[in-house]
Every structure is written in structure tokens, then in C-alpha cells.
Design a protein around this ligand. Structure first.
Ligand SMILES: *[C@@H]1O[C@H](CO)[C@@H](O)[C@H](O)[C@H]1NC(C)=O
Length: 346
């Protein structure tokens, strides 16, 4: 009897509290539109694909054909699995040269200056310590016909452009990375290693090759770079690294490699593409690769000298650049200047 009484009083108090909260919400500065705005941004809806042309891959992959769509007026489809895309510009014969290492550079279509800086610096190094190296750029869709025309012209001239049919944007970098993996898996499985490297990077290919040719470097299930451990998922909706809980519920990411540059054995692209069917896509490309690696049971390796994968170097010092494998630069011009200084007479 006493028990029932207690429960009754508790329920009464709860009802009172709830109506008080509702009252405060209606009368304070929390206007309806403001609330709506927040709800639109934080609430993602996962809806099933209605696409008629489902491939066998899609049927095998319940997660890959889900659209993740923020509620509101702008609709963002988010489908990271590369089987949803195809190449508009391709270089299927590039790997007939049997490269040992393939450098894959994700870049926006309009970043011609960055591509040209690479083409006149590290992109020219086709043989390092007797091993063939290949550099290719990957872009998504351009904004219009004129830009597309220019890109095709550039492709005819340089034969180093790959283009896939997804909308090229910062939000879509995970798609770009997975399309890179798909290209490597299907067009270049014979390479020994590949690297995903951003277009604003310096790379010392001599040092990278020394690492890859070391007898201690595994030929399979190997991936290394700048390790990110215990990274907390950003839940601030105003951040460019924001990820909704609906996309990635855990508070921390698994250990991953910072997206600026990571190098991996060539068995991994195929395995990553497979694994990604079981890992719900989210918009942080490097952490997503980390999640796929976890799914595969592959642990990222620490490089023998972790200071060789340096995010920022500070002021330019020649000896630092001779020692690192890779680091972030501030502009395409800086890459050209540094290259001149490094390759010129001392
Ligand atoms: C990402 O790419 C998909 C596929 O092309 C596109 O539908 C979507 O609008 C893009 N999202 C953003 C935010 O650019």
C-alpha cells in the first residue's frame, strides 16, 4: 500500500515537472524556428535507397545503399561505397608499367595550380631507388560544362587524371577516398604499395622508399602514417569535423592515420572496399578508413620514426625536409620553392 502511494506521488511530481518545462519552452526565447533549425541540423534520417539499378554488390551490402539525409530543405545523399559510382576519366592502362608505388592525390577539380606544382616537383619522380613510382589525381564532378571541358583537355595533355561521378565537396571526401581504394583494387593490384596523399603535401620519396624497402616493412596488411589515437568525435554542429551520433554513435574513433598522407600495402584497397560494406559511412574520411581497418582487424603501424610523418614543420629548414617523409605545406608555390632549394646545389 505504501509502495503504491509512493509511486503515485512520484508520477504526480513528474507530470508537474513536465508541464513546467513545456511552459518555459513556449514562453522563453526558444522560438519555434530556432528549435527547428537545430533539430534539422542534428537529426539525420537514414532512408533506404530507391534506386532502380541496384547492383549485386548493393544487395550484398545492406548498409552501402542507405542514404543518410539531413532533415530540412537541402538533401545530402551520403553513399560512400564506390560501387555507386563510375569513372568518367580513367587511366586503366597506367599500371601496365608495373609501378612499385602509386601515389593517389585527391584534389578538387579547380585546383589546377596544386596539380601543376606536383607535376613539376614530386610528381616527376617516376623512378626512386630503381623502383617505378606513379602519381595520379582523383577528382569528382566539376560545376559545369566549361570546367569539364578544361579538365578533359588537361587529362589529354597529362594522362594523370581520374574522375568519378560524385559531387566533389568537402563533405564527400569519404567517397573520394573509397573511390581511390576502388581504383587501386581494380586497376592496380600488382603495385606493391600505394599512398593516399593530399595535394598540399611535400613528400620525400627517397625516405619513403627507404622505409618501404626495409626488410622490416610488411608486404601485407600494412598501413602507416601519422597515427591518431583516442580521437574524440566532434559533436559541435558548427565544426567542419562534426559527425552526427546517428552516423557514428561511439564517442571516440578507433586508431586511424591522419588523412594528409598514409601509405599501405596493395592488398588493403580491395579489403577496405569489402569491409566498407559493413561500416556505415560518415564524412570524416581518415577516421572512416580507421573504422574499416578495425572491421578488418588490421592495426595501423607506427612508422619506425614517427617524426617523419609530420603535420606541421614550422619555419622552413632544409635539413628538416631532407629528413622527413611527408609534411603539410601552405601553398603550391611553397612546394615549388622548397623543391628548387632541395634539388639545387647546396
Ligand atoms: C555527395 O555526393 C553525392 C553523390 O554525387 C551527392 O548526391 C551529394 O549531394 C554530395 N553531397 C555534398 C554535400 O556535396
Amino acid at each position: 500500500m505504501r509502495h503504491i502511494k509512493k509511486t503515485f506521488i512520484l508520477l504526480l511530481t513528474l507530470a508537474f515537472l513536465l508541464s513546467a518545462v513545456a511552459y518555459v519552452f513556449e514562453t522563453t526565447t526558444f522560438s519555434q524556428t530556432w528549435l527547428n533549425k537545430i533539430m534539422n541540423r542534428i537529426h539525420y534520417k537514414v532512408i533506404k535507397s530507391t534506386s532502380a539499378d541496384r547492383t549485386e554488390n548493393d544487395l550484398l551490402a545492406p548498409l552501402s545503399n542507405q542514404y543518410i539525409q539531413p532533415r530540412g530543405t537541402t538533401i545530402h545523399h551520403y553513399v560512400a561505397h564506390p560501387s555507386n559510382y563510375h569513372f568518367i576519366l580513367d587511366e586503366p592502362d597506367k599500371c601496365k608499367q608495373d609501378p612499385f608505388l602509386v601515389l593517389m592525390v585527391p584534389v578538387a577539380p579547380h585546383q589546377l595550380e596544386a596539380r601543376n606544382a606536383i607535376r613539376s616537383t614530386w610528381g616527376t619522380e617516376s623512378s626512386v631507388q630503381g623502383k617505378a613510382v606513379l602519381t595520379l589525381f582523383l577528382v569528382g564532378l566539376t560545376g559545369g560544362a566549361e570546367a569539364q571541358h578544361q579538365l578533359e583537355e588537361e587529362s589529354r595533355q597529362h594522362r594523370d587524371l581520374l574522375q568519378s561521378n560524385f559531387v566533389d565537396s568537402y563533405f564527400n571526401l569519404t567517397i573520394k577516398t573509397m573511390v581511390i581504394m576502388d581504383w587501386l583494387a581494380t586497376r592496380c593490384p600488382q603495385a606493391a604499395y600505394a599512398m593516399k596523399i593530399d595535394s598540399d603535401m611535400y613528400i620525400n620519396l627517397e625516405n619513403l622508399m627507404t622505409l618501404l624497402l626495409s626488410p622490416n616493412t610488411p608486404r601485407q596488411n600494412y598501413i602507416t602514417g601519422h597515427l591518431m589515437r583516442n580521437e574524440v568525435v566532434v559533436r559541435n554542429i558548427n565544426s567542419k569535423w562534426y559527425v552526427a551520433e546517428e552516423l557514428y554513435p561511439e564517442p571516440k574513433y578507433p586508431t586511424y592515420l591522419l588523412g594528409m598522407a598514409y601509405v599501405f600495402s596493395s592488398d588493403l584497397p580491395k579489403k577496405l572496399v569489402e569491409a566498407s560494406k559493413k561500416v556505415k559511412p560518415f564524412n570524416i574520411e581518415d577516421a572512416y578508413v580507421g573504422a574499416c581497418l578495425k572491421q578488418l582487424g588490421v592495426a595501423p603501424s607506427s612508422p619506425p620514426d614517427s617524426s617523419q610523418f609530420k603535420a606541421y614543420m614550422g619555419q622552413y629548414k632544409r635539413e628538416d625536409f631532407l629528413r622527413v617523409i611527408t609534411t603539410i605545406l601552405s601553398s603550391p608555390q611553397q612546394l615549388i620553392d622548397i623543391w628548387k632549394d632541395l634539388k639545387g646545389p647546396i
